[in-house]
Design a protein around this ligand. Structure first.
Ligand SMILES: C[S@@+](CC[C@H](N)C(=O)[O-])C[C@H]1O[C@@H](n2cnc3c(N)ncnc32)[C@H](O)[C@@H]1O
Length: 366
């Protein structure tokens, strides 16, 4: 049985006993409480102090003294954390559990937790309206934009920080692994169009990796201003140029003359029809021997249940906050939207970085 079939088994059987299922249902019912307590246990230093005490453990009085918070509040957090499974108690002393360890130290957990709290938490209150209207109704907690991308450069600094940390966490692990797939002798790419290039991470990685490459980043003006500053600081102005545009305006043609088009974690920001429209414009922009590369994470292509879970839950951010009509896709739904524009997949590479799949596409011969 291959890995993908193995993953789908997680979603095709109900494995829990009745007791486990009832416990899980309580975790869901108290979900926001569990989330906030775990976050405060991490941020207040309580979890850290308990971990640092090792086998010895700490009493509540020890903890109150170390973190300088009221006794009542610390008691509430500790008792809740026992139920959550972050800590255990023996002889009136608290010690950390494995789950507590991951809340403190696991990079994926921390990036997800900050993203959910800073970017999503308040806006998720409007999920039911977002589902009904197909609009990101939760975005109003930050401002009056059609999509979060229009407002990204104006979000409060701590919100931006968590958004970028989340976005970059996934691309940072994928980019080094994927560079040799793109810039090899066979492809011979000299000019690349990076659509949705954001703050210029891929452009910078590409120019460092391959001295013969020049890149044009296409994105919304707000993001390109951030990218421009970075590129200038690094002295890469002669290698990287910018094409500000709102890609949702289908009347705007794409620039031409590129050997390949690159889209990383980009098309998931759009509905199926919008993906097809963007791919149609890619089709018009490249020559018949040109390529389009798509780097995406699909929940059905993951090796681990937790990875699929993260992607399935991230979709809800797109619904309530980002744009109301896109998601982290199942690969078959995404593939249909892409191929409708007249492309075929000529190479597929899975398990890149944490969770990505790379597709190399070319125009279908007519
Ligand atoms: C999730 S980020 C991906 C960034 C980067 N490619 C990466 O792999 O980390 C999506 C990018 O798409 C851009 N984007 C979203 N909607 C857009 C639109 N309507 N027009 C142009 N760019 C858009 C955003 O500004 C953002 O930079």
């Amino acid at each position: 049985m291959n890995l993908i079939n193995l993953l789908m088994q997680f979603f095709s059987t109900d494995k829990k006993s009745a007791l486990e299922a009832k416990n899980m249902a309580q975790f869901i019912a108290f979900g926001p409480v569990i989330f906030q307590v775990a976050r405060i246990m991490r941020n207040s230093g309580i979890l850290h102090e308990i971990e640092a005490s090792g086998k010895e453990g700490l009493t509540i009085e020890d903890i109150v003294e170390k973190v300088q918070l009221p006794h009542y509040g610390v008691r509430i957090l500790l008792e809740s954390s026992l139920g959550i499974g972050l800590i255990v108690i023996n002889d009136n002393k608290y010690r950390i559990t494995k789950t507590g360890h991951f809340i403190l130290h696991d990079a994926l957990t921390n990036v997800n937790m900050d993203f959910i709290h800073d970017v999503n938490y308040n806006g998720l209150f409007y999920l039911d309206e977002s589902i009904k209207n197909g609009k990101p109704e939760g975005l109003k907690v930050f401002g009056n934009w059609q999509t979060i991308y229009e407002g990204l450069s104006q979000l409060p600094k701590h919100v931006q920080k968590s958004w970028f940390a989340f976005d970059h966490f996934f691309s940072d692990t994928a980019f080094p692994a994927v560079l040799p797939h793109i810039y090899n002798k066979k492809n011979n790419i000299k000019k690349l169009l990076d659509i949705g290039g954001n703050t210029g991470k891929w452009a910078i990685a590409s120019t460092k990796y391959n001295p013969g490459i020049s890149i044009t980043i296409m994105d919304l003006p707000g993001q390109l201003n951030i990218a421009k500053n970075r590129i200038e600081e690094l002295g890469l102005n002669d290698r990287v140029s910018f094409h500000p545009t709102n890609i949702l305006d289908a009347s705007q043609p794409f620039p031409k003359g590129f050997d390949a088009i690159w889209m990383s974690q980009f098309l998931d920001c759009f509905s199926e029809d919008e993906i097809t429209s963007i791919m149609q414009r890619c089709y018009d922009a490249i020559d018949d021997d040109g390529f389009v590369y798509i780097l995406e994470a699909y929940w059905d292509k993951q090796r681990f249940e937790a990875a699929a879970f993260c992607l399935q839950q991230t979709s809800v951010y797109f619904t309530a906050l980002a744009n109301g009509n896109s998601q982290m896709y199942h690969s078959e739904i995404f593939k249909a939207a892409v191929l409708r524009a007249g492309f075929e997949i000529v190479e597929e590479t899975n398990n890149i970085g944490l969770s990505h799949t790379l597709w190399k596409l070319k125009k279908v011969n007519k």
